[in-house]
Design a protein around this ligand. Structure first.
Ligand code: ADP
Ligand code: MG
Length: 341
């Protein structure tokens, strides 16, 4: 059973109405009525040692920051801003107090950056690995919340920033290289390392995009474009085609690929299935391109049109070949916890 099947099974079991619930299981956050004009956004993400992070290369301060950022990214995905955080710390009995102090400093630092308060949590002994779970509560204007559903045939598909950096950064460390020598490498490699160790949630840009009213559907990219766009399409009852040549970041990834002895095909793999990009994925009408570009330039963040929403089902990658173009189906090819790659 895959992670997706398991979540769907839970979704079918539970009630989706009452107590001011606006959106239950299935989007980046749950949405609950706050007052007449505003809603609460609720999300939770867990980072497990040896699955999401490796203590041998992840400095605890940056891991603390990442614990907050990955959750802030889900609040951003709905167009909201973080307000409160709750932290669950699962630590082995022989934990290092210095390590945990640095972790907590990182959590505090990121909470300050995103403007949220850590208001509670839980601290437990774990018989095995370190487990970090953060619950983040955000808020948004009710009429500005952006959902995964809402994409329409004809929409342009946009992504913020660049794709694949975090996957390249992870492969850099998995190859046995260490953080200490990063200054010997070009800026492109340092950017990949930063994307893996200390990603930044696009909270500011997301809020501005939500206020434009031009965005039809939005989510963040945590499991890779192939999987996350598949979620967006399924929930909007549409299909999508992505243009391989337009994926942002390919040239910047070339030095990392050559350092690791990888090819162009593997660069595409990083970009569509690597995961942990924490960029925004959203759709808007072609007539509103200038509105999207203006919102992005307010924040100094690049946004790139990478494809188109179509009628039908499924996500395809269009790549250039010697004799034209070929389309490859890439639906749900990104990260799933219960599918071994
Ligand atoms: P994201 O990648 O944006 O964090 P997930 O893929 O983790 O989203 O989750 C997708 C949806 O399923 C979210 O609405 C999330 O709250 C819900 N979900 C995930 N796991 C569970 C669970 N064990 N019980 C209830 N809901 C869950
Ligand atoms: Mg998400």
């Amino acid at each position: 059973m895959t992670e997706r099947d398991l979540i769907e099974q839970i979704r079918q079991l539970v009630c989706h109405q009452g107590k001011g619930l606006v959106q239950g299981i299935g989007d980046d956050c749950a949405v609950v009525e706050k007052d007449g004009r505003h809603v609460w956004l609720l999300t939770m993400d867990t980072l497990i040692e040896s699955v999401h992070f490796d203590c041998s290369w992840h400095p605890p301060f940056l891991l603390g920051r990442k614990t907050v950022s990955v959750n802030a990214s889900d609040i951003a995905a709905m167009g909201g801003r973080p307000v409160f955080a709750l932290l669950s710390l699962g630590l082995p009995a022989d934990f290092s107090p210095e390590w945990v102090t640095e972790l907590n400093r990182g959590i505090y630092d990121a909470c300050g950056q995103y403007g949220c308060l850590l208001i509670g949590g839980d601290t437990v002994c774990s018989p095995g690995k370190i487990a970090l779970t953060l619950t983040l509560i955000g808020e948004a204007a009710r009429d500005q919340v952006l959902y995964r559903h809402g994409a329409a045939a004809g929409d342009i598909i946009w992504v913020s920033g660049a794709l694949g950096y975090a996957a390249a950064g992870l492969d850099y460390f998995r190859s046995g290289r260490t953080l200490a020598v990063q200054s010997e490498y070009p800026a492109e490699i340092s950017r990949c390392i930063k994307a893996h160790l200390d990603p930044e949630a696009r909270v500011g840009l997301a809020g501005t995009l939500a206020r434009t009213g031009a965005v039809h559907a939005m989510m963040d990219i945590s499991d890779g474009l192939a999987t996350d766009l598949s979620h967006l399409c399924r929930q909007s009852h549409v299909a999508a085609v992505i243009d391989e040549e337009k994926l942002p970041g390919r040239q910047e990834l070339a030095p990392a690929a050559s350092l690791l002895g990888l090819s162009g095909k593997e660069i595409t793999g990083w970009m569509i299935a690597g995961g942990e990009d924490y960029e925004l994925l959203f759709t808007a009408s072609p007539k509103d391109c200038h509105i999207i570009q203006a919102a992005a330039s307010e924040h100094g963040v690049a946004v790139t049109p990478v494809g188109k929403i179509l009628e039908g089902q499924g996500v395809h990658l269009r790549r250039k070949t010697a004799c034209g173009y070929e389309d490859e189906r890439i639906s749900f090819q990104g990260f799933d916890h219960f599918i071994k790659s």
